[in-house]
Design a protein around this ligand. Structure first.
Ligand SMILES: Nc1nc2c(c(=O)[nH]1)N[C@H]1C(S)=C(S)[C@@H](COP(=O)(O)O)O[C@H]1N2
Ligand SMILES: [Mo]
Length: 496
């Protein structure tokens, strides 16, 4: 392998340019995502006041219940993509970038190994590590360290590039993946081994810091070594035409800036276009993730003392009357595209449940988590009783909660959600009547709420009145299959 000439082949230059696009999109959309729950915790229970970092000056709303969006931090669109607390769109861009980045990276890794170019990042001896330290001192004295003999850069650069190419990307992919409810519910042991949901989120944030540090250091180095000279290596593969190289590279950077401005503007003015683009690129992945079964086995004795609630309980008379009469008049309707429509009282549901419980982790799309021991009937059991007709594709859930009235951030209409039949048939998709051995509390969806354990929290409809099997869901509401899908651009297949 020693015969490999460490040059800058065309594929490496292309990858470098694509990386500028992906990494900057990751950083900006990542900041948007961080802003919707601008606190970092270590503990999966997110105990209030125990955060180790906070990126907001807003205090938490004082009211006992508050609208889901009221703790969002609205960062400026200059910093975050797209800014203004638009979590749904920030997530679209983050995951579009994931698909592009991972694809390119796989190709890039293969080429690095096939061509032997990967060896350029492998220190020739232990002495290279000490040399890297001395190089940093040299830089601090505003001089340039010598190249490692036979390599295209000095020891400090070798370390920094090696870290950015072989350590940081897998670290970000793993800590990113295990924030996906489909992934962490399928591999709960690995999730715990990595330190738990909030630790993983915090580690992903440290990765963001490492990327920011790398980008700042890398750009500073380029200027220190001479802009045209350095960037022409990434244009022509050599330093022979620093002026032309500098001009072409600058045009490339202007194109990256243009992409960011376009993405930000499109998100703010034409969210539907971004949504369609996202669905084409990302849904092949989320559809696959839907096949991962939730097999969560969290410790039933270590549930969250305060299972954090999102959203304001219904205030309509019908629901109030149910509470006053201790839910004795409640019955769940299961109907629609089924052979045998049914109504079931709470007592009947509990009889069918026969003590069934599952201890699972709640993943709010904003980023917080809780652990609860839920009791109830797996939805597939009820569907087997109701017998969906051939051609049934989805299951819809209608809530008692009237959003315009109860959650003042939204227009008039009842909260609803839906899921594809495959998700409805998942072993841990639950019609939940109990939380931690008690009736489900009002704040968490009394008397019955759905648990969609492979998806983010908003898909688990609370205060559910009716379950309807359908052969199409897009004729309800604004056609996207759920309240937050319709109003906040959250994806219906929110498995990540
Ligand atoms: N009807 C209704 N269901 C809802 C919501 C809501 O506002 N209304 N919020 C969703 C969101 S965003 C989350 S994170 C979970 C929160 O469940 P919890 O309150 O039990 O934590 O409920 C989901 N189900
Ligand atoms: Mo949520």
């Amino acid at each position: 392998m020693t015969h490999v000439v460490f040059d800058f082949p065309w594929w490496l230059r292309v990858e470098h340019f694509l990386n500028i696009i992906f990494v900057t999109f990751f950083i900006r959309s990542g900041i948007e995502i961080l802003g919707t729950y601008p606190r970092l915790h270590r503990n999966v229970h997110n105990i209030a006041g125990k955060q180790w970092a906070e990126f907001t000056v807003k205090s938490k709303p004082k009211h006992k219940y508050y609208a889901v969006g009221s703790e969002y931090e609205n960062y400026s669109p200059v910093i975050s993509l797209p800014g203004k607390g638009l979590l749904g769109l920030g997530r679209y861009w983050h995951f579009i970038a994931v698909m592009g980045y991972v694809t390119c990276f796989i190709i890039y890794y293969v080429l690095l190994f096939v061509t032997g170019q990967w060896l350029r990042y492998i220190p020739p001896s232990w002495g290279t590590f000490a040399q890297a330290g001395r190089d940093i001192v040299t830089y601090l004295a505003f001089s340039q360290p010598e190249h490692v003999p036979g390599y295209p850069f000095n020891a400090a650069q070798m370390m920094a590039y090696g870290f950015a190419i072989f350590i940081l990307p897998p670290f970000m992919i793993i800590t990113g993946m295990f924030q996906s409810p489909a992934v962490n519910s399928h591999w709960p042991k690995i999730t715990r081994a990595l330190g738990g949901r909030q630790m993983i989120r915090s580690l992903h944030w440290w990765g963001l810091m490492a990327y920011l540090g790398f980008v700042i250091g890398h750009v500073a180095m380029v200027f220190l070594h001479g802009y045209g000279h350095e960037v022409s290596k990434m244009v022509f593969g050599n330093t022979e035409s620093p002026v032309a190289g500098g001009v072409i590279f600058t045009i490339g950077l202007a194109f990256v800036v243009f992409l960011h401005v376009w993405a930000t503007k499109a998100s703010l003015t034409k969210p539907r276009t971004v949504e369609k683009f996202h669905n084409v690129i990302v849904r092949p992945l989320t559809r696959r993730l839907m096949k991962l079964e939730s097999r969560q086995d969290w410790d039933p004795n270590n549930v969250s003392e305060n299972f954090r609630a999102s959203g304001c309980p219904p205030e309509i008379d019908e629901y109030m009357a149910l509470i006053v009469h201790n839910y004795e008049d409640y019955y769940l309707e299961i109907g629609g595209y089924v052979e045998r429509p049914m109504t079931l009282t709470l007592a009947e549901l509990r009889e069918i449940a026969d003590g069934y419980e599952q201890t699972t982790m709640h993943n709010c799309v904003q980023g917080f988590s809780s652990i609860g021991r839920w009791g109830g009937v797996p939805l597939h059991v009820l569907l087997d009783m109701a017998k969906p007709l051939p051609g049934a594709t989805d299951v819809m859930f209608k809530s008692f909660q009237c959003m315009g009235r109860d959650d003042n951030l939204y227009p008039e209409g009842f909260y609803y959600e839906s899921c594809p039949m495959m998700e409805a048939m998942q072993p841990q998709t639950l019609v939940a009547t109990n939380l931690n051995g008690e009736n489900v509390p009002i704040k968490n969806g009394a008397p019955m709420r759905i648990r969609q354990e492979i998806s983010t929290g908003f898909r688990s409809a609370k205060w559910v009145e009716r379950i309807e099997v359908v052969n199409r869901y897009d004729i309800v509401g604004k056609s996207r299959g759920g309240w937050f899908e319709d109003f906040d651009n959250y994806d219906r297949l929110q498995m990540i």
